[in-house]
Design a protein around this ligand. Structure first.
Ligand code: SF4
Ligand code: SF4
Length: 179
C-alpha cells in the first residue's frame, strides 16, 4: 500500500483537464487546413495532391466557373495541399476541434471565374491562374520566348494548336513542299 502511494506521488498527474481546460498543442501539430480564397488562383495543384480527395474542383463551362471545395470530414491532415500550393493559399492551422451536428457543415466551397479564350471565346482555365502566369512571364519580357508566351497566355490550347499547325503549313509551303 505504502509502495503504491509512493509510486502515485512520484508519477504526479498523468491526465489533463481537457476538454474542461484548453490543451497545449505541439508546435508542429497539423490541424484544419485554412484556405485563403483571395490568394488562391484555383490552379488545382492541391486537389491533385490530396490523397483522400478531400479537395475537389468542378468546372462548369456553361456558367464559366470552377468551384474549389474542401471536405474536412475526408481530410487526413497530411499537409500535402500546403506543400504544393504555389501561392501559400493553404495552411494547416492548429485547430482540431471540428465536430459538427450536420456533416454538410464540414464542407467549404468557393467559386472562381474561368478565362474565355481571346480567339474563340471558350472558357479554358481559371482567370486568376491565367493572370498569375501572365505576371510571371512579363517579368522576363527581355526573353523573346517569354514575350511570345505572354502574348498567347489568354489563348486556349486548341486555338494555340491551330496557330501552330497553320504556321507549320506555311513553313512547309515556303519550302516548296505543297503540291
Ligand atoms: S491536409 Fe491532406 S487530406 Fe487534408 S486537404 Fe490537405 S492534402 Fe487533403
Ligand atoms: S494549390 Fe493553392 S492556389 Fe492552387 S487551387 Fe489549391 S489553394 Fe488554390
Amino acid at each position: 500500500m505504502l509502495k503504491t502511494l509512493q509510486g502515485i506521488i512520484r508519477t504526479g498527474n498523468a491526465t489533463v483537464k481537457y476538454p474542461f481546460a484548453p490543451i497545449e498543442r505541439p508546435k508542429d501539430a497539423r490541424g484544419k487546413p485554412e484556405h485563403d480564397l483571395v490568394n488562391c488562383m484555383a490552379c488545382g495543384a492541391c486537389a491533385v495532391a490530396c490523397p483522400p480527395n478531400a479537395i475537389q474542383m468542378v468546372v462548369d463551362p456553361q456558367a464559366q466557373t470552377t468551384s474549389w471545395s474542401i471536405n474536412y470530414g475526408r481530410c487526413v491532415y497530411c499537409g500535402r495541399c500546403e506543400e504544393v500550393c504555389p501561392t501559400k493559399a493553404l495552411r494547416l492551422s492548429a485547430e482540431f476541434e471540428l465536430a459538427v451536428m450536420d456533416k454538410n457543415d464540414l464542407e467549404e466551397i468557393c467559386m472562381y471565374t474561368l478565362q474565355p479564350c481571346a480567339e474563340c471565346g471558350s472558357p479554358f482555365a481559371p482567370a486568376k491562374e491565367v493572370d498569375y502566369a501572365y505576371r510571371i512571364l512579363t517579368q522576363f519580357i527581355d526573353d523573346p520566348d517569354a514575350r511570345e508566351a505572354a502574348g498567347l497566355v489568354k489563348v486556349c490550347p486548341r486555338c494555340k494548336q491551330k496557330r501552330d499547325s497553320q504556321r507549320a503549313k506555311q513553313g512547309f509551303g515556303s519550302l516548296g513542299g505543297a503540291s
